[in-house]
Design a protein around this ligand. Sequence first.
Ligand code: FRU
Length: 490
Amino acid sequence: MKKMTRQEKYRYIEQALPGELELLEEKVSKSLWRQSYHIQPPTGLLNDPNGFSYYNGAYHLFYQWFPFGAEHGMKYWFHTTSKDLANWEEVGIGIKPGDVYDSHGAYSGSAVVKDHRLHLMYTGNARDASWVRHTSQCMAVMDEKGSIVKIDKPVIPEIPPGYTDHFRDPKIWEVNGEYFCVIGAQRNNKTGCTVLYQSKDLIDWEFKGEVVTDLDEFGYMWECPDYFEMDGKGILLFSPQGLEPEKERYQNIYQSGYLLGKPLDMETLSFKHQPFQELDKGFDFYAQQTTETPDGRRILVGWMGLPDLEYPTDKEGWAHCLTLPRQISIKDEKVIQRPVPELALLRKEEKNVNIKIDNETKQLEELHGKAYELFCEIKDLKAERVGIEFRANNSEKTVLSYDSVNNEIILDRSLSGQPLEKKNGCIRRCSFKAEELKIHMFVDVSSVEIFINDGEEVFTSRIFPSEDSEAIRFFSQNGSATFRALKWYY
Ligand code: FRU
């Protein structure tokens, strides 16, 4: 596919050629892979979730948006809202780049409510005539009518000594009227880390220093950090770049995960933590962000995609979507992620099936479909391998299986449909041991999110099957198992 030139990529929406966006919209509307219940861009490319918050009676979720095609270029914040975390409405552009400090993009950031206004803190990306990057942290304020106005100067104009211009993605939170933010950074020695700032008013920010972890050399950049506390523990989420694959771990080209530890010591910035763990075992998950609901639940949304990979919809003028919102909890020193219960609002017709599968593969006509929620319990497990083939036809299928000999869960998208980039691989596995399995899947036109045993493991992936790949099959190999499935059409 022909790549855009730098001039084409770094244009503002007002600089669209006559009819350009209309043509793109038409092209996008013909795509067979448009999602039915996920947040996706109207045209162009979506990446990180931004400014996820609850304000003025609604959830607000923005995303990084490049309007002109499936490439990374001039980034806007696109605004969506929801009353219930299940049904989302497009509002339109939230933050426009174009001032001196964000002339080349309004990059990722977060939101906090202060004085009845939603404060959006983001990274201003600017380039000079020699294409040298200038990074600052900026603020925009949204009022109750939804109008968003930028504060005219960056609130953190400089990068502190010791760090390169890869310094971005402020995540703000409030404790007793004081504000804190973590920022993703790269040290001058080209290793990644996160730094902390503090403010009383969201305008004057004091650099507190680097969050002290055990990970001195852990990739070359940490993007999109997020910090919160839960059950007396501290959790630092981030997306490190530059980790080498290690057995079943770090298989994606970039990672996303967390450090779980004692609450961050705000004086010494020491963070005592367990080893880094990946949040998602699927192929397409990155740059997650959390917020807290009015009833105190911690909810996470991620970008269902990765940078630097091509996807089949690129040639159709659009790319990527966000994940469904997930509710976070901690169990046995591990972060558990469950789909938010509000998603039940999307359920329409319900079907159920109870069946014993004995060394065979059975197609279940009553369960077929393209956009649905499936909850399947697998019990009386006496087989060496059990699983589900879905979005299947005669030649295509995506396969989730449990291997009870080697104790692992495997997601195989090698026959899912349109091939994806080889460098990201076709199979993901993760060690898992269980007597019974609960598989909770959310299938949309071109994606799947799979929650195993109440959110102990999650696999998130794009898939690009043919339109007629609607079959579901349950299977067992070398033994039997019972499958009890409930399915809701969306
Ligand atoms: C992560 C990221 C962020 C940056 C944004 C730009 O995907 O690279 O670090 O702010 O995307 O779109």
